[in-house]
Design a protein around this ligand. Structure first.
Ligand SMILES: Nc1ncnc2c1ncn2[C@@H]1O[C@H](COP(=O)(O)OP(=O)(O)OP(=O)(O)O)[C@@H](O)[C@H]1O
Ligand SMILES: [Mg+2]
Length: 430
């Protein structure tokens, strides 16, 4: 038997014995026994009442103290309370951590009831047009009104995800996946896949552009080969003319492939450290001679003004490619007899290379797109002059790899200035 219970039994036996002994003296054993047991019952009921009172007002205070069996009962309750409190704390702590993790998640998370009502959502659920707790209890399908999603939710086959545009912004693409869990609840997870969708669009348009650019010279080449094959006789002059055109088309394809390879190298190669000290003045005088050759009969007035003491830390090959692209553009898009000025000098904002021409100029609305691959202001003109639309894209990448920026100023009919601005840490003074 429990020691506390023994103690109670002994108290009762004590009361009985005391009543008998005192009763023998006083001749009133029953009265004394009634008093003794009455006191015992009174104390018993008082402890019970204290326990009852404490149970009713638990938050009110400490559990009462007592001796004996009641003391044991109170102690056990105290221990139990402590354990429950500890477990509650642990659960609250875990719940708190789960909620802050879910809140920090960039993916939208929504818990739906069996009926499809919103039970809980994290802050990123705004991707799906849901704001919690404002939308608690609402139907998800009422907030995310997309016919494809409605069909996906109705079908109930959730092995694959579905892509929709976000109700929050038409520009944002969200991939949604539903996962059933618990008895009949559902977890909806939405992920922003805008970047992936854009990359995919870029990849598609890139492949389409390359194919398109290659198709024209290939068609011309194929046509000439076919014509030559069908001819029984051909004069040497005609043959030379045909071959010259074929040569020109193959050169065009060669240029396109070279530019594409250059771009891919610039994009994939890790940025090189300040590997070479490039004598820009010498490099530019070589490029000026090439520009004069390209200008040929058009006789542009090409001038060069370069500070020989300013050397550039970078890649000679890449800089040559970027600067020659800018200079060739100036020659190609400036009418015969126009002026082209090349300068390399220190300015208040760093050191700059500028190409200024008196050519046809570019309207400002084209500026943001000029460095995009295959972008040309006048597609027909550029193509007829052998342009692929990759030149300025190469310039942008080379400058990026040299911590430099490109600035464009232009007036239609007046001319343009392309300025490459290099930061001080890229310059070596000699
Ligand atoms: N100096 C300039 N003056 C007028 N327009 C220019 C000038 N430089 C570039 N452009 C315009 O910007 C477009 C993009 O130039 P970019 O050098 O990227 O391509 P491209 O010259 O057409 O072809 P590529 O350089 O690849 O042979 C050109 O098609 C042209 O319309
Ligand atoms: Mg160009």
């Amino acid at each position: 038997m429990h020691p506390g219970l023994w103690r109670e039994v002994w108290i009762l036996v004590g009361i009985a014995v005391t009543s008998l002994v005192l009763g023998a003296f006083t001749g009133r054993p029953f009265l004394i026994a009634a008093l003794g047991f009455g006191l015992y019952i009174f104390l018993f009921l008082r402890h019970l009442q204290r326990l009852h009172h404490w149970l009713l007002n638990r938050q009110g205070g400490e559990i009462p103290d007592a001796e004996g069996l009641w003391g044991d009962v109170f102690n056990e309750i105290r221990k139990l309370m402590k354990q429950t409190g500890h477990r509650e704390d642990q659960l609250t702590d875990m719940l708190g951590r789960f909620q802050s993790a879910a809140s920090a998640m960039p993916d939208a998370m929504v818990i739906l009831s069996q009926q499809g009502d919103i039970e809980w959502a994290n802050p990123a659920a705004r991707l799906l047009g849901i704001k919690y707790p404002r939308d608690a209890g609402m139907r998800l399908l009422n907030l995310l009104r997309d016919p494809d999603f409605a069909e996906y939710a109705r079908r109930g086959e959730y092995t694959e995800s579905i892509e929709v545009t976000s109700p929050d912004s038409r520009e944002t693409h969200v991939s949604i996946q539903i996962t059933p869990f618990g008895s009949s609840q559902k977890l909806v997870i939405g992920r922003d896949v805008t970047r992936l969708v854009r990359l995919e669009q870029m990849r598609r348009s890139f492949v389409a552009n390359v194919s398109h650019e290659l198709r024209t010279p290939l068609t011309v080449l194929g046509g000439y080969v076919e014509t030559l094959r069908q001819m029984d006789q051909i004069g040497i002059e005609d043959l030379k003319k045909h071959l010259a055109i074929m040569h020109e088309q193959s050169l065009r394809m060669q240029r396109l492939v070279d530019d594409l390879l250059m771009l891919s190298k610039l994009e994939t190669a890790p940025p090189r450290a300040h590997d070479e000290t490039v004598d820009i003045a010498a490099l530019l005088s070589g490029l000026k001679e090439q520009a004069e050759l390209l200008s040929g009969e058009q006789r542009h007035a090409i001038s060069l003004e370069a500070d020989r003491s300013l050397k550039l830390l970078g890649s000679r090959e890449e800089l040559t490619s970027a600067f020659s692209n800018l200079i060739n553009n100036a020659v190609r898009y400036t009418p015969a007899g126009g002026t082209i000025r090349l300068t390399w000098r220190a300015s208040g904002r760093g050191t700059e290379f500028t190409v200024t021409d008196t050519g046809e100029g570019i309207a400002p609305e084209h500026f943001p797109y000029l460095t995009e691959r295959f972008y040309r202001v006048d597609t027909a003109r550029s193509r007829s002059s052998g342009g692929t639309g990759l030149g300025l894209s190469i310039v942008k990448h080379v400058l990026l790899r040299h911590d430099a920026t490109l600035e464009i100023e232009s007036d239609v009919g007046q001319g343009s200035t392309f300025r490459c601005l290099f930061p001080e840490q890229r310059i070596a003074h000699s």
